[in-house]
Design a protein around this ligand. Structure first.
Ligand code: UGA
Length: 437
């Protein structure tokens, strides 16, 4: 099928490349001319494992092209995926102006029948707005447009695998014809066993927010338990193991630590809560999930202050700056929230990250960065593990300790082995587990 993808952020670019890989003829479109030029040369604008290779393959086969000309992208498309940003407004609500503008472009440039697919995360009810926009802008074409909600469930860092081996593909549509087109789009995955769930549009829109909010709730539940474990002598990782072996609970997303960040959970939770409130329902549970998430960073900052006493004149090293491993994304990264708190208390904060250093520096210019973990730890009074990158598992702990002024480690992701830390002579402060002092 002929596919246009509007927006080349994480979701849009991975959608473009994977749709092309599945055999469709894809044009990726973005307003950012510089980005399009980069993409035409096969350069990914962000770090995502496997993306450069997939771009090379699909650009090389001619299945994927990029254009900043919306008309060129849209005019022959059977399906247009809207993958534009939906950033939070000051109120927490999603700003849908880019979705409206993409819908207007589709109305303006559509050359024939077209299925307009919302892939960006949007509040329930958006499809009706998209349909109204299409109808207003192109009244003569009303019966040519179908609107579909097909939320994306990919994670940064494993986006390609999540797209090609999805747990489920969710399609909410308003007509049998639109379902038929979406079945054809996803046939290569469904033929290999992927589960296709078909619902009405509002259910699909709501399900996306429901999944993200539920996952965030699991994390906050564990972080609340971590606070309890720290006060009672329990061990949150063991509690997670016990809970996770109950298949009704499931073992994923039970890791306590510095909490969730990134561009999805924090903003989606707020948008979901705002949507509920607009619909007249007080979804207080979501506010509590957010509060506990903020508390996870505060509790870690308090622990560091407790261990170091005054932070003025002290140096604190943050290992890992991205919001999670395998991405260079630092948006709403707990590491940076923690760094800002420590700086406000007078500490000099120095960070190291395998991929996210440039982004961290532009988000937080006053952050010192170092070219490797050992340089970052030099003269440090406390080292905080903020993001569990695999390379931190194989650090030379003796070398790290030698570099530091005080051998103090706060583990915001419970990545290190307590026995090992004790053996190496560190004072070790994990999350929700007993410290070794
Ligand atoms: C999340 C969802 O997992 C995807 O299904 C969804 O498609 C995506 O949002 C989206 O809406 O676009 P992502 O934000 O890439 O994906 O990251 P996750 O892997 O879900 O991690 C989110 C945060 O939770 C990270 O900061 C991570 O460190 C934290 N986390 C995760 C925990 O603190 N504990 C856990 O047990 C798991």
């Amino acid at each position: 099928m002929k596919v246009a993808v509007i927006g080349t952020g994480h979701v849009g670019l991975i959608t473009s490349a994977t749709m092309a890989y599945l055999g469709h003829d894809v044009i990726g479109n973005d307003l950012d001319e510089e980005k399009i030029v980069m993409l035409q040369r096969g350069q990914a604008p962000f770090f995502e494992p496997g993306l450069t290779e997939l771009l090379e393959e699909t650009l090389g086969s001619g299945k994927l092209r990029f254009s900043f000309d919306s008309q060129e992208a849209i005019r022959d498309a059977d399906v247009v995926f809207i993958c534009v940003g939906t950033p939070p407004k000051a109120s927490g609500e999603a700003n849908l102006i880019a979705v409206e503008s993409a819908a207007k472009d589709v109305a303006r440039y559509a050359g024939g029948r077209v299925v307009v697919v919302e892939k960006s995360t949007v509040p329930a009810g958006t499809s009706a707005r998209v349909r109204r926009t299409l109808e207003r802008e192109r009244p003569d074409f009303i019966d040519k447009f179908s609107v579909v909600s097909n939320p994306e469930f990919l994670r940064e860092g494993s986006g390609i695998r999540d797209s090609l081996e999805p747990d489920r593909i969710l399609v909410g549509a308003e007509s049998p014809e639109a379902f038929e087109v979406m079945r054809e789009i996803y046939a290569p995955l469904v033929d290999k066993g992927a589960k296709l769930v078909e619902t009405n549009i509002e259910t699909a829109e709501l399900s996306k927010h429901a999944c993200n909010a539920f996952l965030a709730m699991k994390i906050s539940y564990m972080n609340a338990l971590a606070r309890l474990c720290e006060r009672s002598g329990g061990d949150v990782d063991s509690v997670a193991e016990v809970m996770g072996s109950d298949e009704r609970i499931g073992s994923a997303f039970l890791n306590a630590g510095l909490g969730y960040g990134g561009y999805c959970f924090p903003k989606d939770l707020q948008a979901f809560e705002r949507l509920a409130s607009r619909l007249g329902y007080d979804f207080g549970l979501l506010k509590e999930v957010e509060r506990i998430n903020d508390e996870a960073v505060d509790a870690t900052a308090d622990k560091i202050i407790d261990v170091l006493w005054n932070l003025d004149g002290k140096r604190v090293t943050l290992l890992g700056l991205s919001f999670k491993p395998d991405t260079d994304d630092v948006r709403f990264a707990p590491a940076l929230a923690l760094g800002r708190k420590l700086q406000a208390e007078g500490a000099t904060v120095v960070g190291y990250d395998p991929q996210a250093m440039a982004n961290a520096k532009s988000e937080m210019p006053e952050l010192e960065v170092a070219s490797d973990p050992y340089t970052a730890a030099a003269g440090s009074h406390c080292l905080v593990l903020c993001t569990e990158w695999a390379e931190f598992k194989t650090l030379d702990l003796d070398r790290l300790k030698q570099a530091m002024a005080y051998p103090l480690v706060v583990d915001g992701r419970n990545m290190f082995e307590p026995e090992e830390m004790e053996k190496r002579g560190f004072s070790y402060y994990p999350t929700g587990r007993s410290p070794i002092v």
